[in-house]
Design a protein around this ligand. Structure first.
Ligand SMILES: C[S@@+](CC[C@H](N)C(=O)[O-])C[C@H]1O[C@@H](n2cnc3c(N)ncnc32)[C@H](O)[C@@H]1O
Length: 210
């Protein structure tokens, strides 16, 4: 194993996950939606806590793993507006959030296609936007995120390395190209600072909106 691969594996196993999250990961597996990996999950919690975030948008709820980590990091009054196209995923996420001990009103679930729902959310109204839904739509999600984040708000983009395909120029499929384009757009956008690409999990891109 290379040093990089050994470091990655060690870091992903470094902090144990609790029963609620492990069960939610099993459910996610059954539903066929891939959650954030443990390193990214914990980074999301740390960042949300550091910001004392009270409002977040999540694009791609899945079975509620990243949602639960967001809620764990945010202020006790914090609310996550989370979007998913699959009602079954929202049902599972509701169970995860309840098992984690959060009141249902802390997770405002909107079922629908992200690009239909996002235009209905308030400009400048959110501390955090977490992007983790359809890869080919990442460039459009970025545009919405820039509108939705308040000044000083945090942008988080999961799967920023897309299973090692983003760094490999030979990979030119639609999803990889869209993620790669999004990374470039974030790096070049003058409204975004503190841009960082964490090689944790499947890659987490972070940036702060000025
Ligand atoms: C990678 S999973 C999200 C995992 C979740 N963030 C977690 O860590 O637990 C992606 C989710 O996006 C949803 N999705 C896919 N395309 C979508 C779209 N166009 N609009 C809204 N949700 C979508 C899928 O149903 C799936 O639940």
């Amino acid at each position: 194993m290379s040093i990089e691969a050994a470091n990655w594996a060690y870091a992903e196993d470094f902090v144990e996950e609790d029963r609620v999250i492990l069960e939610a990961r099993d459910v996610a597996d059954q539903l066929g939606c891939v959650p954030v990996l443990p390193g990214v999950a914990r980074a999301i919690e740390v960042l949300a806590r550091t910001m004392r975030a009270t409002s977040a948008v999540e694009i791609g709820t899945g079975a509620g793993i990243s949602l639960t980590y967001l809620l764990r990091g945010m202020a006790p009054t914090g609310v996550v507006t989370t979007i998913d196209v699959e009602p079954e995923h929202h049902k599972a996420a509701r169970r995860t959030v309840a098992a984690a001990g959060f009141a249902p009103e802390r997770a405002r679930m909107i079922t629908g296609r992200a690009l239909d729902v996002l235009p209905r959310l308030t400009d400048g109204g959110y501390d955090i936007v977490l992007v983790d839904a359809r890869k080919s739509e990442y460039p459009a999600y970025l545009e919405h995120a820039l509108r939705l984040l308040r000044s000083g708000g945090l942008l988080l983009i999961d799967n920023a390395l897309w299973h090692g395909r983003v760094p490999d120029p030979a990979q030119r499929d639609k999803d990889t190209t869209a993620v790669r384009e999004t990374l470039k757009a974030v790096r070049e956008d003058e409204r975004l600072t503190a841009v960082s690409l964490l090689a944790s999990g499947d890659g987490l891109l972070t940036a702060i909106k000025d």
